[in-house]
Design a protein around this ligand. Structure first.
Ligand code: PFF
Length: 435
């Protein structure tokens, strides 16, 4: 549940619908589904298995399966690269999560009758963004400094059903509004010509890796917390299914809601048909929807954004755990000191992004999610496929799943991550460069 909590977050409800809307709707959905199951799931299995075998932070776990000094150096590059990637992701993630928290507080201000506060909370401003980003990072630090084990699982278990129920209720509401059917068509009826567009494929691959928290060493660390009694193969499959399902359902809400908002006069697309404001799309479309519900919309808006903020928190704690577990084990620092120190560094990076929003926000997202995550994820596949001895790998997966040696999974997965995943991920990049 904690791994699912890491996977389900802003990537599902903010990232996926935004990417889908700006990359041609249904064509992006199909590419995303194929890449999530065919490339991201096998890579997730690689990371979880490395972690459970290593029983330590990402660098040490990767080193444990390395045999030569060169491989050990490669292990450091991949493990440490993932930790930096996780930290950078957290620095922009905290900004978006800050928007979620301010959207949660806004209905309270409106109910209390404070127009000034509610306007400040709903409009973009440096002061609002700085305060809520810092608040979110402090919350993440407070949880991580106490250790991950207890809180996360409890929260994730309650969160997932609550999030799904509210999503479904909102979908029913949206479908009854004018404009929804045009949105549904855009989401579900693909234009097959654009599916192989290299730009679309790179974005869909990045989104799939982002959504499953891959290439950041997070799933290696969470793997190290999984008991040897657990069946890794089905556990990885559950995490992937829950994650992809929630993203799909979020798309069913947000894409039609965009067209509903447009029918109500909210400007969503430019004259040339491009999205006007990708990053803040969700924050325009959903409040417009909640406004249309009258007073009850205030409660629905509060519940929705509160759930989203918690979902963001169960993901952000996994990101912070990546550098913290490394610092604690490598430099024998106290957990509390390491967490606060790294939290301050990440907050400084977030503030730098906020102060140079136009040039840095999109750049950090693209560097980490489109390139960093798939490339580091690919390297984890190379580790498992080419460096880890096959018998030792089998013995690891057998724990908790004794029948695996004769299963279809074991017949396909080892050669799949050895050849298919690296070649396919490589091809996506080559085609995007050539294209
Ligand atoms: N998977 C998270 C989401 O979809 O919101 C984001 C994420 C978490 C990315 C942890 C990377 C990471 F290490």
């Amino acid at each position: 549940m904690a791994a699912a909590g890491s996977a389900v977050g802003l990537g599902n409800i903010w990232g996926f619908p935004t990417q889908t809307a700006s990359n041609g709707g249904a064509a992006f959905l199909i590419a995303y589904l194929v890449l999530a199951f065919c490339l991201a799931y096998p890579a997730l299995m690689a990371e979880l298995t490395i972690g459970r075998h290593g029983q330590a932070n990402a660098v040490s776990s990767l080193r444990k399966i390395s045999n030569t000094p060169l491989q050990k150096r490669f292990a450091f590059v991949v493990g440490f690269g993932g930790i930096i990637c996780a930290g950078l992701i957290l620095s922009f993630y905290a900004i978006v999560a800050g928007w979620m928290i301010s959207a949660t507080v806004e209905p309270i201000a409106t109910l209390a009758g404070s127009d000034t506060a509610s306007t400040w909370l709903s409009e973009q401003s440096l002061s609002r963004n700085m305060i809520f980003t810092a608040g979110f990072i402090i919350l993440t630090v407070a949880i991580i400094s106490r250790g991950v084990e207890h809180g996360i699982e409890k929260w994730s278990k309650r969160l997932m059903p609550a999030l799904l129920s509210i999503l479904f209720a909102l979908i029913v509401y949206v479908m009854m509004q004018e404009g929804a059917m045009t949105g549904l068509k855009a989401y579900l009826v693909p234009d097959f010509k654009s599916i192989l567009d290299p730009e679309l494929l790179v974005s869909a691959l990045g989104q799939a890796f982002f959504s499953l928290s891959l290439g950041t060493s997070v799933m290696i660390i969470y793997g190290s917390y999984i008991s040897k009694k657990e069946n890794l193969v089905s556990l990885g499959a559950y995490v992937t299914l829950i994650d992809v399902f929630i993203a799909f359902v979020a798309g069913l809400l947000i894409i039609p809601a965009m067209y509903v908002a447009q029918a109500q006069g909210v400007e969503i697309f430019s004259a040339t048909g491009e999205l006007l404001s990708e990053d803040t799309l969700v924050f325009q479309v959903l409040p417009a929807l909640f406004d249309g519900m009258g007073t009850i919309g205030l409660f629905v808006g509060f519940a929705f954004f509160a759930l989203m903020s918690i979902a963001a928190l169960t993901s952000s704690i996994s990101m912070l755990e990546a550098p913290v577990s490394y610092a604690v084990e490598r430099f024998t620092m106290s957990r509390v000191a390491a967490t606060w120190l790294i939290g301050v560094v990440i907050a400084l990076v977030s503030f730098t992004i906020l102060l140079n929003f136009g040039s840095l926000f999109g750049l950090v997202i693209a560097l980490t999610t489109k390139f960093g995550q798939p490339i580091l994820g690919l390297m984890c596949c190379l580790f498992v496929g080419w460096i880890w001895y096959r018998n030792s790998l089998l013995n690891e997966i057998k724990q908790g799943c004794p029948e695996v040696a004769t299963s279809l999974f074991w017949k396909i997965w080892p050669w799949y991550i050895k050849f298919i995943c690296p070649i396919a991920i490589g091809l996506v990049f080559v085609s995007s460069i050539v294209g």
